[in-house]
Design a protein around this ligand. Structure first.
Ligand code: HEC
Ligand code: HEC
Ligand code: HEC
Ligand code: HEC
Ligand code: HEC
Length: 455
């Protein structure tokens, strides 16, 4: 009977379809009943959608865990010191202070990328628990998080809030000060402030709280959005080398810990990562092969770029789900016009609505490698043609960047993508020789294994 509603011939067909004994008015009632059902159905659906967004799906792209669900409790200034501020620690720990100041940790609150996304998320308080995590750095105190829903939390003004201190982001006291005592890696310090040996400083535990962001209900990530720790746990550099996060992110150094104190074995507070091209280059080993190695005009050319995660203790890229690499091949003529091109992406593909589902993830685990192949037929005249192989790292995609600039006030002067590998060679040279960089010392025995594979 549904078909009667489909077109303008309905009236005619009604007459035909209505069985004897039924009046036309009866049909009208049925349609009314159907309409009522449809309206009720839409109402229920709208209710469910409303419940889903207000009670199930978190308003932020991650779930809560008991540690970072709360700020680090309020810290008093330890006895013997004038202030908790990084600059005052820097009066004695000058070099460490200078290093920290150049690091992303000192920018974790002021970072324009953070601010743009934080604006998009309506300045929800939970972000501060990692980006300016001490209670002293937060404008409100969170009293209660009903049903784990951060947007419904009960907030009170924080009398201990210091807006200048908030600007310091992940500052010294975030890692070092608890209960009026300075925690550190030594058990024999002679300091003008109380100190306490804390063995966790020489483990990855110090990094775990903030670098292991988990997924929430109705969020199906393989690893949480900033889940670097989970990508490191049990993998090559941890298991076979015994590396901790500090091994790569806080280089070792022998020097006085404080002005005028004896030389000790410690670590630089640098924490370089995806914002530093040199650090990203350290993560990757790249080899390019071409067959035939001296291509003739009109011949098919096959180029393979192999990318290895040779130097990161976790996947590359890691952390923020926007991060990705592109592998780009081009054939360009002498005027710079692209005769042929190809672009592949390495990262994670996430569907954000209506549920967060990580569709797939082709990032590289430690020591994993991937071949990117490019095939092209050379024209009859190859004069002036050059082959370009390039790998680029992206803090975020072009679209995402435009969205943040246009709608959320992003004004970041630093680049949000940069080239980490580029080679441009004339197509008339011996390509094998032009791309040959010799063995990569980082790959050790894996290099030869790999060489066999790639032929
Ligand atoms: C007046 C100088 C001075 C100031 C200010 C100062 N420190 Fe120290 N700190 C020292 C000295 C001296 C040592 C001991 C060095 C040694 O034994 O080699 C020390 C040791 C440490 C240690 C190592 C503790 C251990 O036992 O492992 C840490 C961590 C530390 N300070 C952090 C801080 C922080 C954070 C601040 C600021 C809130 C700060 N210090 C302010 C002088 C200072
Ligand atoms: C209190 C939370 C917190 C702790 C603890 C913490 N981090 Fe971070 N870390 C952050 C935040 C937040 C950022 C991102 C800042 C930004 O880009 O706005 C970050 C960024 C980084 C970066 C990226 C730098 C870049 O260029 O993008 C590295 C590397 C890093 N942290 C390493 C470490 C290591 C190693 C440890 C442990 C010794 C550690 N972090 C402990 C919060 C923390
Ligand atoms: C993200 C956490 C974190 C932050 C922020 C941080 N430190 Fe450290 N700090 C560490 C770790 C981890 C070690 C242990 C390094 C090692 O193994 O020697 C350490 C060690 C130290 C030491 C002992 C010397 C050494 O090299 O081991 C001092 C002193 C110190 N930090 C001072 C500071 C000061 C001052 C600041 C702020 C300018 C600061 N730290 C910020 C994590 C942090
Ligand atoms: C074997 C060395 C090594 C170890 C171990 C290691 N990392 Fe890294 N990490 C790197 C390199 C190299 C990069 C740069 C590549 C990149 O950004 O993708 C990097 C990048 C990062 C970034 C930057 C991500 C971004 O988006 O900018 C973060 C955060 C980070 N590491 C955190 C950690 C944490 C936390 C640990 C410990 C659980 C750790 N790393 C262990 C070498 C290491
Ligand atoms: C559990 C700790 C934690 C919480 C909570 C958290 N972040 Fe982060 N955030 C991090 C860490 C760690 C990084 C660095 C990892 C990386 O480099 O990709 C980071 C990086 C970022 C970056 C990339 C910064 C850059 O320079 O490109 C943005 C943007 C960001 N966070 C926004 C937010 C927003 C918005 C919220 C709240 C909705 C939030 N974060 C909550 C830990 C956290």
């Amino acid at each position: 009977m549904g078909s009667v509603l489909l077109d303008g011939t309905a009236d005619i067909r009604l007459n035909v379809l209505i069985p004897p004994g039924y009046s036309k008015a009866g049909g009208g009632q049925r349609i009314m009943r159907l309409a009522v059902k449809v309206v009720i159905g839409i109402g229920i659906l709208a209710g469910l959608v409303y419940l889903y967004y207000t009670e199930i799906k978190p308003v932020v792209i991650f779930g809560l865990r008991s540690d970072y669900a709360h700020a680090i409790p309020f810290q008093k200034v330890p006895a013997g010191l004038a202030s908790l501020k990084a600059e005052s620690c820097g009066e004695c720990h000058r070099e460490i202070y200078e290093e920290w100041k150049t690091s992303i940790h000192s920018q974790a609150y002021r970072d324009p990328f953070f601010h743009a996304y934080w604006t998009k998320d309506k300045h929800i308080w939970v972000c501060l628990n990692c980006h300016s995590p001490l209670e002293n750095q937060q404008p409100t105190l969170i009293k209660n998080i009903p049903r784990g829903r951060v947007e419904k939390s009960y907030e009170e003004p924080n009398p201990g809030f210091d807006p200048d201190y908030q600007q310091e982001g992940v500052t010294c006291a975030v890692c070092h000060v608890r209960d009026g005592v300075i925690l550190g890696p030594f058990d024999d310090s002679a300091a003008p402030h109380p100190t306490q040996f804390d063995p966790s400083f020489r483990t990855a535990q110090v990094c775990h709280r903030c670098h292991n962001v988990v997924s929430g209900p109705a969020q199906f990530y393989n690893v949480g959005p900033c889940g670097t720790y989970a990508e490191y746990e049990g993998k090559f550099f941890m298991k076979e080398r015994g590396f901790i996060c500090q091994s790569c992110h806080m280089p070792e150094i022998d020097r006085p810990v404080a002005h005028g104190s004896p030389i000790r074995h410690g670590r630089q507070h640098l924490w370089r990562g995806g914002h530093d091209p040199d650090m990203v280059k350290r993560a990757m080993a790249i080899q390019v092969t071409a067959t035939p190695s001296v291509p003739m005009p009109g011949e098919d050319l096959n180029v393979t770029l192999t990318l290895v995660n040779a130097g990161a203790g976790h996947k590359i890229p890691t952390g923020d789900p926007d991060r990705h690499f592109t592998v780009e091949f081009e054939v360009v003529d002498r005027n710079g016009n692209r005769v042929a091109e190809q672009r592949n992406t390495m990262g994670r593909w996430i569907m954000w609505q209506p549920a967060i589902i990580e569709v797939y993830d082709n990032r590289l685990l430690p020591l994993a490698s991937r071949d990117y192949a490019f095939a092209t037929r050379l024209p009859k005249n190859v004069d002036g043609l050059r082959l370009v192989a390039r790998v680029r790292y992206h803090i975020q995609s072009e679209g995402q960047h435009q969205m943040l600039v246009k709608r959320f006030g992003l004004t970041a002067p630093d680049p949000y993508n940069f080239v980490v590998y580029e080679r441009e060679v004339p197509l008339t040279t011996d390509l094998a020789a032009a791309f040959n960089d010799g063995p990569d010392p980082r790959l050790g025995c894996t290099a030869s294994e790999h060489g066999e594979q790639a032929g």
